[in-house]
Each structure stands twice: as C-alpha cells, then as structure tokens.
Design a protein around this ligand. Structure first.
Ligand code: IMP
Length: 423
C-alpha cells in the first residue's frame, strides 16, 4: 500500500514520529516538497533526531529514502545532515538515499534575499530564512538551477552567470548590497555536485518501477495544509504545495497510485511565524502549553504560538487532502487541564461561519465559538490500548470523529517511539 502523511494544521503536527512508525512497514519513504525549513523530530530511546531534508525513515536500516523533485535542496545543509547522522553511526549510502536530479537548488543569494525581503516588508511572513521562497520563485521564473546541473560544469557555469547578472543588479540597486562572486559560488557548488553526485537518480523511474514491483511507498509531507501556497493562509504560507496533491507533482508518482492519506493533527493547535490564528491563546495557557508541549520550532528554535483545537480548519484540510484516517498527536500535553475547548464555528460581524472562510479579513478577525469538554486530569503515560484511556480522553477523541467525520486511527501520548495507541 502507498500511503501519504500530511499535516492538517500549520505544520509541526508530529509527522516525523508517525513517519518513523509507519515506515517500519513500507519499503521506501519519499519527501516531496519543502526544504530545510522543515524539522521532523523522532525520539528513539534517549536519542533525539531532527530531520530537515532527509526523510525521517533514514533511521530504519533496510529502508530506502528518496528526496523527490518537488523538494528544494540546500546542498550544504543536506551534506551537513548526512555527516551528522554518519557521526551518530547511521549508514547513508547511494543504496539507501536517492535524490532526484530535478530538485531545485538553494543558492547563497536565495538565503540572503529571503532575509532582505522579510526585513523590508511591513507585514512580515515569519520565514525561516532558509531561502526556500526565493528558490521556488526562481523555479517558477524558469531560471532555477537543478541538482543535475551541479554535475555538468558547463551548464552550471552558463546558468549561474545568467542568474548572477540579474541577481547582482538587484542586490546592488535595490538593496545596496555587494556583488556575489561567480567564482566562489561556482567552485563551492561544483564541489557539492561531486559529493552528492552518487546519490542523484532518476527518481521518477525508480519510484514507479518500485510500485510495479509491488514495493510500498510512504510519502512524507512537510509543513501543513494551512502553509500550502494555494490553500493556506496566504500570504503567511510557505512556497510549496504541502497538501497531498504535492505528493504527485513532487515525485512523479500519479494520484492513482496513492492508496491512503493519513492526516496528522495536534490535539491542540500551534503555528510558528506570522499570520491569522483564530483559536490562539491570549495569555496563561499559551506559556503553559508551550512549556509542556516543548513548542519551539525544530528548525529555528522560535517559540510556537499555541491555541485550542480548531475543527473548522481541520475539516477543510480533510476535504483537500481526501483523508482516510486521522492521527492525533501530543494528546498527553492536555493531561492536566480541567476543561478543554474545541472551536466549532467562527463569528464575524454577527455572521456565523461553519466553513473555513476564503476572506482573509474574516479569518484574521473572527471570534472562535467553542464547545467545552471535561478534561481527564490524569497522566496518559504508559497506556497502549484505546479502551484503557480515561473516558474523558475517549470522549475528546470521539468528538473529533463526529465533528470531522473521519476515523482516528493513531493517538500519540508521548515523544517516544512506542508511546502511541493504534486503534
Ligand atoms: P518559509 O517557508 O521558511 O519561507 O516560511 C514561511 C512560513 O512557513 C513561516 O511562517 C514559517 O514559520 C512557516 N514554516 C515553514 N516551514 C515550517 C515547518 O516545517 N513547520 C512549521 N512552520 C513552518
């Protein structure tokens, strides 16, 4: 079976842990969009791993990991991640890691431009500053440099020269910054090409041939539905399609070959960066949940904004992603609360909204309407069977099912690999 895992909120839902668990039973795992703006955390025993570009399944020895064409690769960051993991005893070779030659490459000017654009904006996006937006912008503007180009010195030279002619003029005239040196970037990136060359493959052919041989694939989504460039809270979004549709354009595997979509949500909501967030806590609980849930960005370390679970948001996500099953992560973070709220509608200018509003102003100014459920007021640690959960915890989960009309299959109750209930 080929399964896609997507985030149904604003990212950081706990996809890394779910991928780690599911990838035990699949042959290949493929990342399909985003870049090293992502941070997927997996805890194994007392070891914590944070993956930015490598699929989280790289921890499983016999599994193959693929970086699909939809991912933008910062070669320096990728090589750093590979080296770090090799130092920690993991084997990463061209046998268990394949990188699409069609991936677009993050260059130094993308990273700098990301920061400069953000600094000039009145309405900041809260970008991670990894150059992801400018790199995708070049892809669409048809001047991007791809992984395969790093293996072809003549082509790299000609593309880089073209790019620098334009970029240096922008840097100088718009931002008053000094020029990038062609020679420095050219030599640095040729060198990355030499190091990454052995991993580069035609992953479209590779993945589709694997499917023909009845191998199973796990598609690892990064970020979340409301950071999607088309469907998210634009312009406070990332620059790729983080919904399940991105799995097809970002790998070359057709939609008819994806059998199941699992959406990952937190038992509450978080968001890092700017943008509307109707159920955000104002005070008190914000610090409390942030501390208990360790809600700090896995990539930038920024404190995440926290709020109640928003069923309006997630229901929209489930429609877009055609979700078959839901995974609720971090339920244990709510263990101590006497009462827990779920947002079931928004109110704006006297009107009630039961669907995710397209109008940005409505979303930004909407008052959430809540339903309150009793908490379970006890630790969920150690529970492995659904029936053993306190009745109020089951009530909370079953209310999700009623509101969202989807089955909850996985319930995560801790950071460790085995702290999960499978129903
Ligand atoms: P960028 O993709 O780095 O430009 O960031 C754009 C927005 O998406 C910012 O609000 C980031 O905080 C957010 N973002 C990007 N990647 C992630 C992620 O992996 N998890 C959560 N938020 C993210």
């Amino acid at each position: 079976m080929n399964i896609a895992v997507v985030g149904a909120q604003w990212g950081d839902e706990g996809k890394g842990k779910l991928i780690d668990i599911l990838s035990k039973d699949t042959d290949l795992t493929v990342r399909y969009q985003g870049g090293n703006n992502a941070g997927h955390t997996v805890v194994v025993g007392d070891q914590e791993y944070v993956f930015h570009l490598l699929p989280s399944a790289i921890l499983h020895k016999s599994k193959v990991c693929v970086i699909g064409n939809g991912v933008v690769v910062d070669p320096k960051a990728l090589l750093g991640e590979i080296e770090d993991l090799q130092k920690r005893g993991l084997k990463i070779t061209p046998n268990n890691l394949k990188i699409s030659g069609l991936c677009h490459i993050v260059l130094p000017y993308h990273r700098i431009l990301d920061g400069l654009r953000e600094s000039k904006r009145k309405n900041k996006i809260g970008t991670t500053g990894r150059g992801i937006g400018p790199c995708y912008a070049d892809k669409v503007a048809r001047c991007g440099i791809r992984m395969i180009d790093l293996l072809n010195p003549r082509l790299l030279k000609s593309k880089l020269e073209d790019n620098l002619t334009e970029k240096n003029e922008i840097f100088e005239k718009v931002y008053g910054k000094k020029n990038f040196s062609f020679g420095d970037i050219y030599n640095e990136y040729l060198n990355y090409g030499k190091k990454l060359g052995p991993y580069v493959a035609d992953t479209v052919i590779y993945l589709n041939a694997a499917i023909d041989k009845k191998k199973s694939i796990l598609f690892e989504g990064a970020q979340g539905t409301f950071l999607d460039i088309d469907f998210g809270t634009y312009p406070f979004v990332t620059s790729s399609n983080s919904i399940v549709g991105g799995a097809c354009s970002g790998t070359g595997v057709p939609p008819t070959k994806i059998d199941k979509v699992i959406a990952c949500v937190k038992a509450y909501t978080t968001r890092v960066g700017e943008g509307p967030f109707p159920t955000e806590f104002s005070t008190g609980l914000k610090e409390d949940i942030r501390t208990r849930g360790n809600e700090y960005g896995a990539t930038t370390g920024r404190p995440r904004r926290c709020g109640w679970f928003d069923s309006i948001l997630v229901r929209y996500s489930l429609i877009i992603n055609g979700v078959s099953e839901l995974a609720i992560m971090k339920l244990d973070v709510l263990d101590h609360l006497p009462a827990i709220k779920i947002c079931t509608a928004y109110r704006y200018k006297g009107k009630i909204y039961k669907q995710f509003p397209m109008d940005f102003e409505v979303l930004s100014k909407a008052q959430p309407i809540y339903e309150e459920l009793p908490g379970w007021n006890t630790s969920l640690r150690g529970i492995r069977q659904y029936a053993k959960l306190p009745s109020n915890a089951r009530r909370y989960i079953e209310r999700f099912e009623e509101l969202l009309k989807v089955r909850v299959k996985y319930i995560s109750i801790g950071t460790k690999r085995d702290e999960i209930i499978v129903r």
